[in-house]
Write a protein that binds this ligand. Structure first.
Ligand code: SIN
Length: 325
């Protein structure tokens, strides 16, 4: 029987309603979760590593690095067919993309969570966990990178975003759709993620990168504040195909002059950003000022990629290369 490792980090999939506070809190570890699906033991030999028990709001770069090291250790063992990470759904896409970029493996790494906690009769965690084991054992899951699987739907880390606050089918991949699905009889993939890249994780802290939103009437004060707070990079959650209000444009110019890398993403869920318009704050003026365009990465995906690029000391041209790779 093949070995699959479950690394538990917390999230709703580890939560029950605390009777005194009358609200869900993370209480149980990976073994408790496995115990809810005893039939899992017929699929594989499961090993559990309880790394954290945190809501994903409390996950951040420090925890990503510790998790990356833990996954790498497990994947270094020949007998491990794949690794499952149980995690809160709220920031799962950031952790998934960080791992996808920094792990160099052909074996499956599957992230799972739940939208309903274990005190609810229709808790979705056990099914997602069971499916994740099946993905780890599927030859079709090789070379797909880190995937997120909830509600039988398999999404690529680069593309997946949480799209519903409460539906169990919350992770979607925008216009491109799922990589595949888990059915009762088979795990089936229908496409492979083609825009994958590997960026080795270096020792030391990841540089600070902040996300600043654009909206009608936004001024530049939050951009200036990010620079003052020591950000090495700023991701703009810009408008449309990558344009920002005039006052933000002035602040972006100030940031770039101080050596801060600025990446332009968009608050629009689908489509690429590109340097189009010629008015101040339009894409062409931003690109000429030295801002980098994020292709079709969301602001939160862009932040992770920029952190890794800055950790490697990349200049603007090389950062632009990362975002167009
Ligand atoms: C969290 O992200 O930890 C809370 C919400 C969830 O897991 O769905």
């Amino acid at each position: 029987m093949r070995t699959v490792v479950l690394i538990a980090t917390g999230g709703t999939i580890a939560m029950k309603v605390d009777p005194e506070y009358n609200a869900p809190r993370p209480v149980f570890g990976g073994d408790d979760l496995l115990a809810l699906r005893p039939d899992i033991s017929s699929l594989a030999h499961l090993e559990v590593r309880n790394l954290f028990n945190l809501p994903s709001e409390h996950m951040g770069p420090e925890q990503w690095v510790r998790l990356q090291r833990a996954v790498s250790e497990e994947l270094a063992r020949d007998e491990v067919a794949g690794v499952i990470i149980s995690h809160g759904t709220d920031t799962m896409e950031e952790t998934a993309w960080f791992l996808d970029l920094t792990l160099n493996t052909s074996r499956p790494v599957v992230m799972v969570g739940a939208q309903r906690n274990a005190s609810e009769a229709d808790f979705d965690g056990p099914r997602n966990l069971f499916n994740a084991v099946r993905i780890c054992l599927s030859p079709e899951a090789e070379n797909k990178g880190v995937v997120i699987c909830l509600n039988d739907q398999i999404n690529a880390a680069r593309e997946a975003s949480k799209t519903s606050t409460s539906e169990v089918a919350t992770f979607k991949s925008g216009d491109f759709g799922f990589l595949g699905q888990v059915d009762p009889d088979a795990v089936r993939f229908y496409r492979s993620p083609v825009r994958r890249q590997y960026i080795p994780l270096l020792e030391g802290e990841l540089p600070r990168v902040d996300i600043v939103s654009s909206y009608a009437g936004a001024d530049g004060r939050l951009i200036d504040a990010a620079v003052e707070a020591g950000a090495g990079g700023i991701v703009m959650s810009a408008l449309g195909c990558g344009n920002i209000p005039r006052a933000q444009y002035d602040a972006v110019l100030r940031a770039i002059r101080r050596g801060v890398a600025v990446v332009i993403s968009t608050r629009v869920p689908n489509g690429r950003v590109f340097p189009l318009y010629g008015y101040e704050g339009g894409g062409k003026t931003l690109a000429e000022a030295g801002a980098v365009y994020a292709d079709n990465l969301s602001p939160q995906h862009s932040r992770v990629l920029l952190m890794l690029g800055l950790q490697h000391g990349l200049n603007t041209a090389d950062i632009a290369g990362l975002f167009s790779a």
